[in-house]
Write a protein that binds this ligand. Structure first.
Ligand code: NI
Length: 215
């Protein structure tokens, strides 16, 4: 073994020892997190239910600040979109309204909510006009860009402003944009817990049946 190789070997062993020391406390901490009966610790996410939802602070279509606590005790049927949306949002909101109609008296337990992913254009006033076109029960929520970003993140909703490029090649105006967004309706339980979701294209009958199974 040359002197140079020996130095490399010693250095490698030293590095391994340092890494070993660094890792040891982490392993202990993982074990500490396990519960008394060996169940997963607090840092380990529970399996089965996706982590969707959580606290939010937003503004409703009357300009009032509301939080998730205001809906406690009700099942929230919550959909994210924007009022300028040409087709997907109106179609889904119509389906939601039709599904609610099929629930009969049980509908009182359900609060349909439309959350805007376009807070720049969707002011409370704009939302007020919009939601009443679909259902008198529908609440419209908007907020600051930060509030919307937070609630979208909590609900795993993707949205992105996309500039509409004018056909003549000129620069797009600042307000000339659409918003790409995921189109999913979530059913949340009376404590804000995630129950199920409805992908786009679900029929009012399917939605009503599924919702009724939880009420
Ligand atoms: Ni839409």
């Amino acid at each position: 073994m040359t002197r140079q190789r020996l130095i490399i070997l010693v250095a490698a062993l030293a590095v391994a020892a340092i890494i070993g020391l660094a890792l040891a406390p982490k392993v202990d901490r993982l074990v500490d997190n396990a519960g008394p009966n060996g169940e997963a610790g607090a840092n380990v996410q529970s399996v089965g239910k996706p982590r969707v939802g959580g606290p939010f602070t937003l503004v409703d279509q009357t300009g009032k600040t509301v939080t998730d606590k205001d809906f406690q005790g009700k099942f929230m049927l919550i959909y994210f979109g924007f009022t300028f949306c040409p087709d997907v949002c109106p179609t889904e909101l119509q389906a939601i309204s039709a599904a609610l109609e099929k629930l009969g008296d049980k509908v009182a337990k359900v609060q349909p909510i439309f959350v805007s992913v376009d807070p720049d254009r969707d002011t409370p006033q704009v939302l007020a006009k919009y939601v009443k076109q679909f259902d008198p029960r529908l609440i419209g929520l908007t907020g600051s860009a930060e509030q919307i970003a937070a609630v979208a993140k909590a609900y795993r909703v993707f949205y992105e402003k996309v500039k509409e490029q004018p056909a003549d090649g000129s620069k797009a105006a600042d307000d000339d944009y659409t918003v790409d967004h995921s189109s999913v309706a979530y059913l949340m339980g009376p404590n804000g817990e995630f129950l199920t979701f409805f992908p786009p294209g679900v029929t009012p009958d399917q939605m009503a049946q599924k919702i009724a199974s939880y009420l």
